[in-house]
Design a protein around this ligand. Structure first.
Ligand code: ATP
Ligand code: MG
Length: 431
């Protein structure tokens, strides 16, 4: 029997409808423009990677690898993953294309979908879009600050300049190993009172108890020792320089020793941007330094730093502030009356479009009143009426709809001039 249920988009994945596109395009254009302002160039990697790219770098106990990654075998038996994030893929590409021999650092940005088998809820999807940048080949605190400043500029230009920046340093792997032992001893007496997720993390990745959403107010979490008291001198120095540069630039931030980031490849500086007064669920974008990542992919030791920001979360924040984005305009609606008039509007549309004018074709067989209604609902700036008589004489009746103005009989050249924004009152018939 035929299956009559209607298919729906996969759970946690969403369509971006035409009416949402204006806002999305605005975000994307702004992100790409800001990226370019900082000298970053676009990198586009495949949506799938060899699963090892993420398995080797992101960390077995990260949420991404432990429970969120879409992994599958293709028909040839290769183990592939839908990319859950952009950094490891960018580093794979950096190595594969020998970018280490280009002038360093290499500055890259990307914009595209990522896939995580996350628990769907507001601002949390299974196909999510990210804009991210990577600054690869520069170990200096200045590179962290460059990336943070880029991210801050992006939010400011989007009208989200009031997001709170929280920063921390998580030192190097060696520091973290020692600190993790301390933390385990700290949490041991309290383990039974922590959330189930944190209990699992107690066994596998104690550090991540610190950024547990459920236990954010747990007394043992609040009383946990700070990693900042356990940094190696060189790491502490790096962090002090990051803060000094942010101070010098007047960038407001809070030092938050509980920011540890979900991915294991981070080292030293890590940060998050959050809406004011919001909990961890709503992080708009996050970044950090990943000096060991490229080695994990089999390359030479290469420092790097970058961030990724979730586009759906930007959309949520912008919609909260009433942003809608502007629909692309319809310049001219064509209103054919009669058969010769219909063919003439098709020719007219071709000439207008060649001149860069957006045309919505009115269907033949309608009366004038119906055409006017359709033109208005399309928010067209002009209506161009062509009956068989106009068609025979090579003219159109052009009437502005968005502004005051009389209907005038004009040739195609004058119509183009008028629509392009020469004063609508100054329409002159073609000689
Ligand atoms: P969270 O703690 O919210 O799960 P994360 O640490 O997994 O975030 P990152 O890997 O740092 O997130 O990704 C960077 C940004 O991507 C996040 O700050 C967020 O804006 C966005 N993001 C992450 N996961 C999702 C998701 N499932 N749906 C929508 N956006 C997401
Ligand atoms: Mg996550």
């Amino acid at each position: 029997m035929a299956d009559t249920t209607q298919p729906r988009a996969p759970r946690g994945m969403h369509d971006i409808l035409p009416e949402d596109t204006a806002l999305w395009r605005h975000i994307r254009d702004t992100a790409e423009r800001v990226g370019c302002l900082f000298g970053y160039r676009q990198l586009q990697t495949p949506l799938v990677e060899d699963a090892s790219v993420f398995l080797r770098t992101v960390g077995d106990e990260s949420d991404i690898v432990a429970k969120e990654m879409y992994v599958f075998e293709d028909r040839g038996g290769d183990r592939l993953a839908l990319r859950p994030e952009g950094t490891a893929a960018a580093c794979r590409a950096y190595l594969e294309h020998g970018m280490g021999s280009r002038p360093q650092p290499v500055r890259l940005y990307y914009f595209g979908p990522m896939f995580r088998y996350d628990r769907p809820q507001a601002g949390r999807y299974r196909q999510l879009w990210q804009f991210g940048v990577e600054c690869i080949g520069d170990a200096s605190p200045a590179a962290d600050v460059e990336v943070i400043e880029l991210q801050r500029t992006l939010y400011e230009q989007l009208g989200l300049g009031d997001l709170t920046l929280r920063i921390n340093s998580i030192g190097t792997a060696a520091t973290r190993h020692r600190y993790v032992e301390l933390l385990r001893e700290h949490f041991r007496p309290h383990a039974a009172t922590l959330s189930r997720d944190s209990q699992r993390r107690f066994e596998t990745n104690v550090l991540r108890i610190l950024d547990s959403k459920e236990d954010a107010a747990h007394p043992a979490v609040l009383a946990a020792p700070s990693i900042l008291d356990h940094l190696e001198p060189a790491d502490a120095q790096h962090f002090a320089e990051v803060r000094a540069l942010l101070d010098a630039l007047g960038v407001a931030y809070k030092v938050d020793p509980r920011i540890v980031r979900g991915l294991d490849y981070y080292a030293r500086t890590v940060w998050e941007f959050e809406p004011r007064g919001a909990g961890g669920q709503s992080t708009v974008g996050a970044g950090g330094r990943y000096d060991g990542l490229i080695e994990l992919l089999g390359g030479p030791h290469t420092p790097g730093t970058g961030f990724a920001t979730g586009i759906e979360r930007i959309v949520l924040n912008l919609r909260d502030r009433g942003a809608a984005g502007t629909e692309p305009p319809v310049d001219v609606y064509t209103a054919p009356l009669g058969e010769a008039g219909h063919v003439a509007t098709l020719r007219l549309a071709r000439e207008l479009r060649a001149a860069g004018i957006a045309v919505r074709l009115g269907a033949p067989g309608r009366g004038l009143r119906a055409h006017f209604r359709a033109a208005e609902s399309a928010a067209a700036r002009y209506i161009a009426i062509v009956g068989d008589d106009e068609a025979a004489r090579g003219v159109v009746q052009l009437k502005p709809l968005a502004t005051e103005g009389e209907q005038q009989e004009v040739g195609v050249g004058a119509a183009i001039e008028a629509v392009r924004g020469r004063s609508s009152r100054g329409i002159t018939p073609d000689a």
